[in-house]
Design a protein around this ligand. Structure first.
Ligand code: ZN
Length: 303
């Protein structure tokens, strides 16, 4: 979080030169989930209007906690251009499996529907995957940053279950990988996922990992983190990934790109990340938008 700027809602960026898809975000379902900036919660309708103004014509919003599944699907039914990725988040998997050890980063998890056993929670994902609003399984994966060691096996079990669901339903799989690169790659490689549509959301790996992704034809989705001054190595990695395997996302309300770091994020601020990618590719904004949009459609289809 930047301490140098007052926390305000980012201004709407200048419209992009072409349409883009925010392939991973968390749209707020309840007013209290909208962050406060300058004392104000920007209504979702305004966030979405601004996104359209900027050129975000497609949004994939992740519902990765049990109580969010149905409200997110209902929101998609009434929101043009929006679809849903559905899964039990890796940090939720540990909680559903009964592991409530303090998080390594000191965060106390919110208890919501965690009395539901992991196997039942996974069934709640599976039974909704034929919903026409669902375009992906995600985010599933491993998070060794927020979940303590005893919960790691539950995360792996949950990831394997999501891999099977993605295969059975012919859906792309969004991977959440935080401080767990090696184990994520090991589980995916052991699950015959080569040439399947796999997206590493908010990619944070190094060049060696990028090469593994490319050799499997897996996608790397870049969030606002690629604009952070300290992330020079991530920018060098992005330059090396085949362009047809690069996606863009906000992961809002987190990871707001420069120059609005520290303010709440929303899909309309994706413009700064798209422009950063265009500049790293040394191409025009129009060509970058087209490439990113084509990649997104190849993964998620058209709607
Ligand atoms: Zn996310």
């Amino acid at each position: 979080m930047s301490k140098h700027k007052p926390k305000v809602w980012p201004a709407t960026a200048a419209p992009l030169a072409g349409p883009v898809m925010d392939n991973h975000t968390h749209l707020p379902l309840r007013e209290e989930e909208i962050p406060l900036a300058d004392g104000v919660r920007m209504p979702l309708s305004e966030q979405l209007d601004r996104a359209r103004e900027v050129g975000v014509t497609r949004i994939v919003s992740s519902a990765c906690e049990l109580p969010d599944f149905d409200p997110m699907l209902e929101l998609a039914r009434v929101t043009p251009g929006m679809r849903v990725a559905l899964a039990i988040h890796p940090n939720e998997a540990g909680l559903h499996a009964g592991f409530v050890d303090p998080s390594p980063d000191g965060l106390v998890p919110e208890r919501r529907a965690h009395h539901v056993a992991l196997i039942e929670a996974l069934e709640q994902v599976a039974c909704r995957l034929d919903d026409p609003m669902v375009v992906a399984v995600g985010e599933s994966g491993l998070d060794y940053f927020r979940t303590a060691e005893p919960g790691h096996e539950a995360q792996a079990e949950s990831l394997r279950a999501h891999i099977e669901m993605a295969k059975q339903h012919g859906l792309p799989l969004q991977i959440h990988d935080r401080d767990a690169h090696e184990d994520c790659l090991r589980i995916l490689s052991g699950s015959a996922m080569r040439d399947q549509r796999v997206v590493f959301h908010c990619f944070s790996g190094d060049r060696a990992m990028a090469r593994v992704l490319a050799s499997n034809q897996w996608y790397a989705s870049f969030a606002g983190t690629v604009t952070f001054p300290s992330n020079e190595s991530l920018r060098r990695t992005l330059e090396e990934i085949p362009r047809e395997l690069v996606l863009v996302e906000t992961d809002a309300p987190y990871l707001t790109p420069v120059p609005w770091r520290g303010s709440p994020n929303a899909s309309y601020s994706i413009a700064h990340t798209v422009r950063a990618i265009a500049s790293l590719w040394q191409t025009t904004e129009e060509k970058a938008c087209r490439q990113l949009f084509e990649n997104s459609q190849r993964v998620y289809g058209d709607w």
